[in-house]
Design a protein around this ligand. Structure first.
Ligand SMILES: Cc1cc2nc3c(=O)[nH]c(=O)nc-3n(C[C@H](O)[C@H](O)[C@H](O)COP(=O)(O)OP(=O)(O)OC[C@H]3O[C@@H](n4cnc5c(N)ncnc54)[C@H](O)[C@@H]3O)c2cc1C
Length: 389
């Protein structure tokens, strides 16, 4: 019987030392004042070239990242693999801006796909569109404006990189997820990924777009895409998430005077997320999904929907996914029941993944002094182990 409260399963991959480190870390980040101080201190220390990368690497980096390069991630991949949990190598270097940077990132992503082709514990690759091309150009394409020659060149480069990544995924028989970012670049991304699906998803779902269900329009988007896939004979691959840019989206909508594309309430987003799962399960022959969520109700709902519709846990069209270092109580317990699970394993040089680490710390700070979900599960497991001597 599946239960997310089973901390023995949830932390089976962690020895007592790992558990102590996680406890200490989540305790520290639960203090919002300390996280803000830590962020400012880290920025300053990096600017002053103080030797703090070692401390970061042994603490917060170790919790949330697989390593500084692909090779360093192998240990994490193997230890997750022991519990039937796949790894999604996520090259998490942010702030790339030149065409040369974008080429290098695309080459790195292709290397992750080549490794995935040889390693059964790496079921997906992943990339962010802004990692392989100019955001301003995607914004302009999305708005329907005409590109100048320089922008056209940048857009062609982006399309070329995305195509070569998807081609590498197909050649290595590995699925590839395209992360979703801000709505104002998403028209361009959706069109491009649709083309990739039509090209590479003829036999099965290789290319997956991402639907952010905090958007008011994503159920309609899913319905239209399914219709297109039926008409043009390809499979839809879709990562279903709630969405990570809510504050930014709302602030921009207010500033520019348009209706926010984001649902008004969390309850609306929860409802749309769960409706999207129901929709995809209903059409599971044609749609392959990856449910990227740390929400226990949504993960449990997906399991129930599969059971109700006689979909076997090892149906390759349904994957669950969480981030490394978070929600192990979902990942490990679901994997133990035979469902397909994969963790995002972010990696990159410590200095370059700092923005990612700071976001993880911020999302685990305590709300009004409450103990967060991660911390309370760790405490429960520590107590369980102590009571067993
Ligand atoms: C494997 C994986 C891949 C991901 N990939 C992406 C990606 O490509 N793009 C992306 O944007 N995000 C991505 N995310 C992040 C995701 O969108 C969520 O921000 C995050 O997972 C928290 O949502 P949740 O479903 O885990 O659960 P919860 O914690 O239950 O939900 C929190 C989410 O609900 C929504 N929400 C909160 N308050 C409100 C409100 N007042 N009104 C409306 N909505 C509200 C927001 O989306 C918020 O992030 C990914 C997450 C995972 C685990």
């Amino acid at each position: 019987m599946l239960s997310f409260d089973n901390t023995a399963n949830a932390f089976s991959g962690k020895g007592d030392g790992d558990l102590r480190r996680s406890y200490w870390l989540f305790k520290m980040v639960s203090n919002p004042g300390l996280v803000n101080f830590g962020k400012s201190f880290t920025d300053l220390a990096i600017n002053l070239h103080l030797p703090i990368t070692g401390i970061i690497k042994a603490t917060i980096f170790k919790q949330f990242c697989g390593g500084e390069d692909i090779h360093e991630c192998l240990k994490t991949i193997e230890s997750l693999g022991k519990y039937n949990i796949g790894s999604i190598l996520d090259y998490s270097v942010e702030g790339m801006v030149t065409e040369n940077d974008f080429d290098k990132t695309a080459e790195e992503i292709i290397r992750t796909l080549e490794l995935a082709g040889k390693n059964p514990h790496i079921p997906f690759g992943v990339f962010k569109p802004t990692g392989v091309g100019r955001m301003d150009v995607m914004e302009k394409v999305s708005s329907g404006a005409t590109l100048n020659a320089d922008e056209q060149q940048a857009w062609d480069n982006l399309k070329r990189r995305v195509d070569s990544i998807c081609q590498a995924a197909a050649e290595n028989n590995v699925r590839v997820l395209v992360d979703a970012e801000e709505t104002w670049i998403q028209v361009a991304v959706d069109a491009l990924v649709r083309d990739m699906m039509e090209k590479y998803n003829k036999q099965k779902a290789i290319v997956y777009n991402t639907a952010q269900m905090y958007r008011r329009d994503r159920l309609t988007y899913l319905e239209n895409l399914l219709k297109d896939a039926r008409d043009k004979n390809y499979f839809v691959g879709m990562k279903i998430v709630r969405g990570a840019y809510m504050e930014k989206e709302r602030a921009r909508a207010i500033k520019m005077g348009y209706t926010s594309p984001i649902n008004d309430t969390k309850a609306d987003t929860d409802k749309e997320y769960n409706t999207a799962l129901e929709f995809c399960i209903k059409h599971i022959g044609k749609i392959a999904i990856c449910a990227g969520t740390h929400n226990e109700d949504s993960a449990m709902l997906l399991v129930k929907l599969m059971q109700q519709n006689n979909i076997a846990p090892d149906n390759t069209h349904v994957w669950f996914s969480q981030l490394l270092g978070m929600s192990d109580h979902i990942s490990y317990n679901i994997a133990k029941e035979g469902y397909y699970v994969a963790k995002y394993v972010p990696y990159g040089p410590v200095k370059n993944v700092l923005p990612y680490l700071i976001r993880r710390a911020q999302e685990n700070t305590s709300v009004k002094g409450q103990t967060g979900r991660e911390l309370s599960l760790i405490i429960k497991e520590k107590q369980r182990r102590a009571s067993q001597g």
